[in-house]
Design a protein around this ligand. Structure first.
Ligand SMILES: Cc1cc2nc3c(=O)[nH]c(=O)nc-3n(C[C@H](O)[C@H](O)[C@H](O)COP(=O)(O)OP(=O)(O)OC[C@H]3O[C@@H](n4cnc5c(N)ncnc54)[C@H](O)[C@@H]3O)c2cc1C
Length: 465
């Protein structure tokens, strides 16, 4: 889509904005508001029927409005998935500066909920390449917020607000030029300390052992078995791997030293097996994998299966029926300063014991911090992602969820880290607002949702109400 097409799209977009504003104004006062979206990557499951009364149909905001290949920018509907966004930009040899790994994460979701990817050491987080945000605010206005206008506070407070101040209807973002292939090298480490030192070195030098680090992430199978995957843009590929078929990407990290992927395949390398989370569905067993249709080897399909399981309590019933220990879901992404990363990995292995763990180094792109998720400018962090369930210790089997999650939350705080809020959290309210800048949040809430039509950040992210 070219910039010339933007005018037509723009007229239709303005009409949809007006329609949505009217629909929001017409919702019964006090009704909980919810986005009616086809997909979600959130890991807080709620009874969708309970708040159907306040559903907002936002399907009109799921498209790319325009791509300007000369200015290297795109104007994008807030509910557009990264899969659709990249399909619109890649034909111009461009992509967003940070592309989260799961195809159905939306631009609005990644900006309000904080995304991260293997370009995050170079390019920071998705919100740092947004130049303009069009937002339906909680008090029913539609405002355009930039870093320099009268809504600059909202622009800077929108990341990590999780739709509690308003909904982004369109966003203008910067794009970066890509090459057709990514040349990957997987480096093995037998000590977490050595792995974290390599991350610091790459952050300082932009390459590792002569291999340019356009992309960097890693996989820890144990504190003594870790891999960093360093990716460099490439114009040539002596061969191309395919991880949408029988081969499984995370297993290749352990096996191969070097690899080539087409840029689109690189972007979605983790999606086919939802990192490694497709394992419980049997999809990684060769026989089942052959039978499982290729088009259903996608993260959104697995997530829907998990949502169904949570709804009908199937795996819980099986666990109880077989008298197995109850399990706690520990689904988190946390950011730890790189100097403390090895400590975190050792603590996690000893106290939670889930494997593998995804490692994604990041550093803010700009000089300023973002109020609701106060990472320090210039500091290198490593995002550790772990998604699964763990058996509860014998004495705690009848206790409510939260035992392992609280351990992780406390350790993250003691190491000077931060925790993403897309999943369950268990902080007491005062601790939560100390960590996520309650003062700035409350001021924004008063200014843009004075009557509290949208739920507050704590109610939404911790109480999950
Ligand atoms: C297994 C797993 C792995 C993950 N891995 C990654 C990863 O590698 N990289 C990464 O970046 N993230 C990752 N995530 C987290 C994911 O980015 C967040 O959950 C993100 O918020 C999901 O966005 P979504 O577009 O699916 O939005 P949804 O799940 O639909 O919504 C998320 C929240 O954002 C709000 N919201 C959605 N759209 C808008 C909007 N337009 N304006 C305002 N508020 C809005 C919703 O109200 C909701 O509170 C992972 C999550 C899981 C479960």
């Amino acid at each position: 889509m070219h910039v010339l097409e933007a005018r037509t799209n723009s007229g239709a977009h303005e009409a949809e904005v007006a329609r949505l504003r009217d629909a929001y104004a017409a919702l019964p006062p006090g009704a909980p508001v919810r986005l009616a979206k086809r997909t979600s990557n959130l890991f807080r499951f709620r009874d969708a029927k309970a708040d159907a009364a306040g559903e907002l149909d936002v399907s009109a905001f799921g498209h790319v409005l325009s791509v300007d290949p000369v200015a290297r920018t795109a104007r994008v509907g807030g509910m557009t998935t990264y899969e659709d966004l990249c399909d619109a930009t890649l034909p111009h040899q461009l992509m967003p500066l940070v592309v989260p790994q799961l195809k159905t994460i939306t631009l609005g979701g990644a900006v309000t909920g904080l995304g991260i990817e293997s370009t995050s050491l170079r390019n920071g987080m998705p919100h740092e390449s947004v130049t303009e945000l069009e937002i339906l605010t909680g008090d029913g206005r539609v405002v355009v917020a930039t870093d320099a206008n009268e809504h600059a506070d909202l622009f800077r407070g929108f990341p990590n607000s999780y739709g509690t101040l308003g909904y982004s209807l369109s966003l203008t973002i910067e794009l970066e030029p890509v090459r057709p292939y990514v040349h990957l090298r997987h480096f093995a480490f037998d000590r977490a300390e050595a792995c974290m030192e390599a991350v610091s070195q790459i952050a300082a030098e932009g390459s590792y052992r002569g291999h340019k680090a356009d992309f960097l992430d890693g996989t820890a199978f144990a504190p003594d078995e870790l891999y960093l995957t360093v990716g460099a843009y490439s114009d040539v590929a002596p061969w191309r791997s395919d991880y949408t078929g029988q081969q499984i990407y995370y297993q290749s990290v352990r096996r191969d030293k070097e690899d080539f992927l087409a840029i689109r395949d690189y972007l979605w390398r983790w999606d086919t097996d939802w990192f490694w989370c497709s394992r419980p569905f049997g999809v990684q067993k060769p026989m089942i994998r052959r039978l499982w249709p290729r088009r259903y080897r996608r993260s959104d399909v697995y997530r829907k299966l998990v949502a169904l399981d949570r709804r009908y309590g199937l795996s819980g019933a099986l666990t109880r029926g077989r008298n197995l220990p109850s399990r706690e879901a520990v689904i988190q992404d946390v950011e730890i300063p790189v100097e403390r990363g090895a400590e975190f990995l050792r603590y996690f292995a000893a106290n939670v014991g889930m494997s593998p763990v995804w490692m994604c180094p990041l550093r803010l792109r700009g000089e300023r911090s973002w109020p609701l998720y106060p990472l320090k400018p210039g500091e290198v962090y490593v995002n550790f992602g772990f998604w699964g369930t763990v058996p509860l210790p014998a004495g705690l089997r009848d206790q409510a969820d939260g035992y392992y999650n609280r351990l992780v939350e406390d350790e993250v705080s003691s190491l000077g880290g931060h925790k993403s809020l897309y999943s369950t959290s268990f902080y007491p309210e005062d601790e939560f607002y100390q960590l996520y800048n309650g003062e700035a949040y409350r001021a924004l809430k008063r200014a843009y949702d004075g009557d509290g039509r949208l739920r507050g950040l704590y109610e939404k992210c911790v109480r999950g109400s």
